[in-house]
Ligand binder design. Structure first.
Ligand SMILES: Cc1cc2nc3c(=O)[nH]c(=O)nc-3n(C[C@H](O)[C@H](O)[C@H](O)COP(=O)(O)OP(=O)(O)OC[C@H]3O[C@@H](n4cnc5c(N)ncnc54)[C@H](O)[C@@H]3O)c2cc1C
Length: 471
């Protein structure tokens, strides 16, 4: 039996090397394979490179083992194996974390990508989905019943990481964050216990809604759903010269927006590959058609837009309209921060910085928080960011690795130039791999100490540390 007999000889480095060789011998790994319904991949196996590749092409890490789990029992077995042989553990949901923490270098990756079951209960208005589901799959499944929940604004992102990190999206002004709609999870803890966690576990359930992957492997998530079929949404684009005035208009126009209306705005490039710079607003309205017409009219009427592509569409379609801008394997380096308002000065710095952007795939965006997401108390879940205002987001995206230094430098310099206008908070889900500890602290904000207490209780050895770590 694989649990027996490897930790018995040698000392120091010799022992470690011997253990590793023993541990990962064919027979030993074969035994793990026999115990699970999923598959175990090693570097020489076909499919290994595809399985270790994640959304951000800058991340190139090689796990010693990838365990493609199919059940919670597979996760338990993979976790026990990794702990027994002291392999570092990473958890891969949808693989969209720009920080790349889903992949360990030399450790064991618990890969949930094949855990795809989705069960909608239309009467109870709930959906339970496994940890490998991505938002397009969940949105399509719930839309069949005319139901929806807040998910990410790009449909290829995993539900697991996005929800555990809070999960902002188009429906947040009406229904709160993805995490605010979570009503239960199945969790494999560091000790290998499989727990059904919901409001009956107040501390752990509180921590899971915003504490990221710190508390275990979430094998399924259950959400509350809301009736929703067609929304009115789309893109309004202006010439870049109009950016200073458009962003000022945008700031004032969303000041008293209804919960039905969410508008993000920013500085982007034309999606046709021409590299043309644009000032754009992406609008989303989930109310009655007449209300949508009334609320969206000022946005459509302002200035002399080059493009107004706004109309009714199914909710899942709205969540795909930005997908093409974020292709899998492109190189990503992101920075973001909540701001103190959207002042003229902040707008002008953003416009000036965008003039020198090196990649025609990068953007500077303003994500507006208002409505339901801001009516939740800052300590009600682990997500503290509940003030009305904006999250400034600089997603730098490029394709040629030789351009990396230039793109990373531009992103850092832009972030530094905008810093005088930042508030205290950072959006956990957007943090990069090279952010300092104070960025992680700013993401958890005043909830950090309570998160540490829960972490101490459920993962005192910090088994789950490849995340935005609560130490
Ligand atoms: C193109 C793009 C668009 C995005 N849009 C949004 C958006 O609209 N709103 C938003 O809030 N964020 C957004 N994000 C950020 C995204 O939410 C985070 O990167 C999130 O971590 C992705 O989840 P994932 O499961 O795909 O990631 P993964 O890379 O698989 O996982 C990231 C981390 O989350 C944890 N994790 C993931 N799944 C589990 C699980 N089942 N159990 C325990 N821990 C788990 C692990 O710690 C893991 O390291 C976007 C990212 C990209 C690349």
């Amino acid at each position: 039996m694989w649990r027996v007999g490897f930790r018995w000889i040698l000392v120091g480095n010799d022992r470690k090397e011997h253990e590793m060789a023993t541990t990962l011998s064919d027979a030993y790994v074969g035994d793990l394979s026999d115990r699970i319904t999923g598959t175990v991949l090693r570097p020489h196996d076909s499919g290994y490179d595809e399985a270790r590749a994640i959304h951000n092409g800058l991340i190139d890490r090689k796990p010693a083992l990838i365990v493609r789990c199919r059940t919670a029992d597979d996760v338990v077995a993979a976790l026990a194996f990794a702990r027994r042989v002291e392999l570092e553990i990473s958890i891969r949901g949808g693989g969209h974390s720009v920080a790349g923490r889903a992949v360990t270098e030399g450790g064991l990756m618990i890969d949930l990508a094949e855990m795809k079951a989705i069960a909608v209960d239309p009467q109870a208005r709930t959906v339970t989905a496994e940890g490998g589901v991505i938002w397009s799959e969940l949105n399509d499944a719930t839309a069949e019943h005319g139901l929806a929940v807040t998910g990410g604004v790009v449909s290829t992102t995993g539900i697991g990481g996005l929800t555990l990190g809070g999960g902002l999206g188009w429906l947040m002004s009406k229904y709160g964050l993805a995490a605010d709609n979570l009503i239960g999870v199945e969790l494999v803890t560091a000790d290998g216990d499989v727990l059904e966690v919901d409001a009956a576990h107040p501390d752990l359930f509180w921590a899971l809604r915003g504490g990221g992957g710190n508390f275990g492997v979430v094998t399924s998530l259950t959400y509350r759903l809301h009736p929703l079929r067609t929304i009115v949404g789309g893109l309004i684009a202006h010439p870049i010269d109009a950016a200073p005035a458009m962003l000022r208009f945008y700031r004032d126009a969303v000041a008293d927006a209804s919960d039905d209306l969410t508008v993000f705005a920013g500085l982007v490039h034309a999606p046709d590959g021409s590299g043309a710079k644009l000032a754009a607003m992406v609008v989303f309205h989930s109310g009655e058609t007449a209300d949508a017409e009334r609320d969206l009219a000022p946005f459509e009427a302002w200035g002399s837009p080059l493009v107004v592509q706004v109309g009714p569409m199914p909710y899942p379609v709205m969540n795909t309209i930005l997908d093409a801008g974020y292709p899998k394997g492109a190189l990503n380096y992101w920075r973001s921060s909540f701001t103190r308002g959207l002042s003229d000065e902040l707008i002008d710095i953003a416009v000036a910085r965008f003039a020198g952007v090196p990649s025609p795939m990068s953007a500077i965006l303003f994500e507006h928080f208002h409505g339901a997401v801001t009516r939740v108390d800052a300590s009600a879940t682990a997500v503290p960011h509940r003030a009305e205002g904006w999250n400034l987001f600089i997603p730098s995206v490029w394709t040629d690795v030789d351009d990396s230094d230039e793109n990373i430098a531009w992103t850092r310099e832009s972030f530094a130039a905008l810093r005088p206008h930042f508030g205290a908070g950072r959006w956990l889900n957007y943090l990069g791999d090279d952010e300092a500890d104070d960025a992680v602290r700013a993401a958890y904000g005043p909830n950090y100490e309570r998160l540490r207490e829960v972490k101490r209780r459920y993962d005192p050895e910090n088994v789950f540390h490849l995340n935005h770590n609560i130490r």
